[in-house]
Ligand binder design. Sequence first.
Ligand SMILES: NC(=O)c1ccc[n+]([C@@H]2O[C@H](COP(=O)([O-])OP(=O)(O)OC[C@H]3O[C@@H](n4cnc5c(N)ncnc54)[C@H](OP(=O)(O)O)[C@@H]3O)[C@@H](O)[C@H]2O)c1
Length: 270
Amino acid sequence: MAKIDGSRVLITGASSGIGRATAFELAKRGAILAVTARRSKTLRKVSDEIKDAFPEAQAPLSIPCDISNRGDVGRLVKKCVDYFGGIDILINNAGIGVYGNAEMTTLEDFRSVMEVNFFGSVNCILEVLPCMKEIGKGLIINIASVAALHGVPYMGAYSASKAALVALSQSLRAELAKSGISITIVYPGYTQTDFFKNEKKVGGARRPAGPYAPARKVARAIIKAIESERPDLVLSLGGKALKFSQSLMPWLVERTMQRIAYKLADKKEA
Ligand SMILES: NC(=O)c1ccc[n+]([C@@H]2O[C@H](COP(=O)([O-])OP(=O)(O)OC[C@H]3O[C@@H](n4cnc5c(N)ncnc54)[C@H](OP(=O)(O)O)[C@@H]3O)[C@@H](O)[C@H]2O)c1
């Protein structure tokens, strides 16, 4: 069981949504936090809000960083290590989306999603691993998505980026099995955040109506995953049903995906 109280946690994408909510839940449990994202003002505001909410806790270290830039990530990790003396838990949460038909998605769009969701996490993992190895322990939480369990219609670029993150996590888990460093993969389902406002839309396909979980609920599930050191945590009813059906009735999953693709399609584009 991983201890949160007193642990030094670096969380990416903490300026909004799931990352922000997780930072609050961690602070509440006594974690020593470093929060990062690109928007420095918004990030500082989150850090100040946490400081006000938990005045007895150590104020979060707020470090703006674009995780797709390896040099930036190197400086981020160095600042954390200089300030805290090490990192016990890394939460790779920052992510972006592109929504629309794969055939209308440009190569640049595919690349930009991979740059943040996959290579951004790779950058953080490669920079943090040496510090964790030095102390002989650590926990890396990679926030994937239910869309990584199976390619989802109109989320081709996003699904691929998160599936790549899952595969890397599984490889690392095997390689690091005897190192004291654990890897947890979290697969959130639809969550109420700014993600959908920020994502790039391609073509006219619609998003499903919901349900969307509150970010706080997802954050609490991430806390449970940390405390129990669960290797995999699939969230939402839809996510659990998808995982279950995939192993027993893969044909049903394929048919359901086709039905979803038809239902959400922009009929003018068909
Ligand atoms: N919302 C959902 O339904 C859902 C479902 C499954 C999985 N997820 C995953 O959950 C994670 C959090 O998403 P969210 O829903 O909370 O979305 P969100 O509110 O849009 O948060 C995304 C966070 O990532 C940061 N970010 C984006 N690009 C970055 C970059 N290049 N460098 C550093 N930080 C960057 C953003 O901050 P800045 O803009 O300030 O950089 C923001 O803090 C993502 O990995 C997402 O894929 C979300």
